[in-house]
Design a protein around this ligand. Structure first.
Ligand SMILES: NC(=O)c1ccc[n+]([C@@H]2O[C@H](COP(=O)([O-])OP(=O)(O)OC[C@H]3O[C@@H](n4cnc5c(N)ncnc54)[C@H](OP(=O)(O)O)[C@@H]3O)[C@@H](O)[C@H]2O)c1
Length: 311
């Protein structure tokens, strides 16, 4: 298959590219910079120069492909205070892909998240996006992302073999620069490894290589309109994560009160407080996906997260 991949140079995308090429697919990766283009070329992909806002360019690339995996997201914008702007840009890109692929029966796979899908209980693939009123407080950006995921699923009725891969808040592995790396940076900075309240709230997790494998299976086999959950660990108590971090950094492990969490963890506080376990039982059954790489605690215990400051 000739697969157009956005975000191919990113954390997950750079694992998806070898996963696809390894079984004989051809990858055309979107690159907005010379550095990203060089990384894609080195990985054996072809390069489509452009940015997420270049909608004509995205349309052309999608139309010339046999399928699209959309992983690009303006995290730089989202985490500097404009999540809504990032979600709006994402929405426009997804609408463009939908138009380009309508009536083709070609696959279109996007990434979404499990966090907040069903707070306080185990989320399954059957839960809708953003249906829980508790997450309304997260504001318009997350709501827009969930609406975009629903749009992707609805493309099934327009002749697109669309699917949404919901990922846990941590897609972990060697080189991670996401939430867990940030938590480690905060522990270093504060001199304590903290968790919020009693730390019993749970995050699901998946190893990056297992996530990449699921994106390939979704591309190749997922029926139109599938919601998939790329979950390895169903729910790791945050207290356990703080314990491992404290042990590796030789720092005390401390409870931070919910009132002090915003000051201590800054923008990570809202995510870190979430109790949002998730299952992948239906995904495993549907696609035969079987996570094979270490879970979050074992991965942390391998030590690579602590080799050097991850900033
Ligand atoms: N990592 C996780 O734990 C996690 C969890 C849940 C959901 N997700 C979702 O999974 C997807 C992939 O995440 P990731 O962790 O791989 O993200 P990432 O490492 O931040 O990579 C983002 C990718 O998007 C590209 N990009 C950003 N802005 C762009 C623009 N304006 N034009 C073109 N390309 C642009 C980046 O290109 P450059 O290389 O040029 O910067 C990079 O390839 C995202 O939708 C993310 O929200 C991730």
């Amino acid at each position: 298959m000739r697969v157009f991949v956005t975000g191919a140079s990113g954390w997950i995308g750079s694992a998806v590219v070898p996963e696809l090429i390894g079984v004989g697919h051809q990858v055309i990766g979107l690159a907005r910079s010379d550095a990203s283009a060089a990384a894609l070329t080195a990985a054996g992909a072809k390069v489509h120069r452009g940015a997420l806002d270049d909608l004509d360019s995205l349309r052309d690339a999608a139309a010339a492909s046999d399928g699209v995996i959309h992983l690009a997201f303006k995290h730089d914008l989202a985490f500097s205070g404009d999540f809504q702007g990032a979600a709006d840009a994402d929405r426009r890109a997804v609408e463009t892909f939908g138009e380009a692929l309508a009536g083709s029966d070609r696959p279109f796979v996007i990434a979404s998240g499990t966090l907040g899908v069903a707070p306080g209980r185990v989320a399954t693939e059957q839960d809708g996006h953003g249906a829980n009123p508790a997450v309304a407080a997260w504001g318009g950006g997350p709501q827009t992302r969930w609406a975009t995921a629903e749009l992707v699923l609805s493309l099934a009725s327009r002749g697109v073999r669309s699917s949404v891969v919901r990922l846990p808040p941590t897609v972990h592995g060697d080189g991670d620069h996401g939430f867990v790396a940030t938590l480690i940076d905060i522990a270093r900075d504060k001199g304590v490894s903290g968790y919020i309240g009693d730390g019993s709230n749970r995050w699901p997790a998946v190893h990056r290589v297992d996530a990449a494998h699921l994106f390939r299976l979704a591309l190749e086999e997922a029926p139109a309109g599938s919601t998939l959950q790329g979950v390895g660990d169903e729910g790791v108590p945050i207290r356990y994560v703080a314990d491992v971090i404290g042990r590796h950094l030789d720092l005390p492990v401390v409870a931070v009160s919910p009132e002090d969490a915003g000051e201590h963890f800054k923008w990570l506080a809202g995510f870190l407080a979430a109790d949002s376990p998730a299952s992948s039982a239906l995904t495993r059954e549907l696609l035969g996906w079987q996570p094979a790489h270490p879970g979050l605690i074992d991965d942390l215990d391998q030590g690579h997260y602590f080799r050097k400051p991850s900033a």
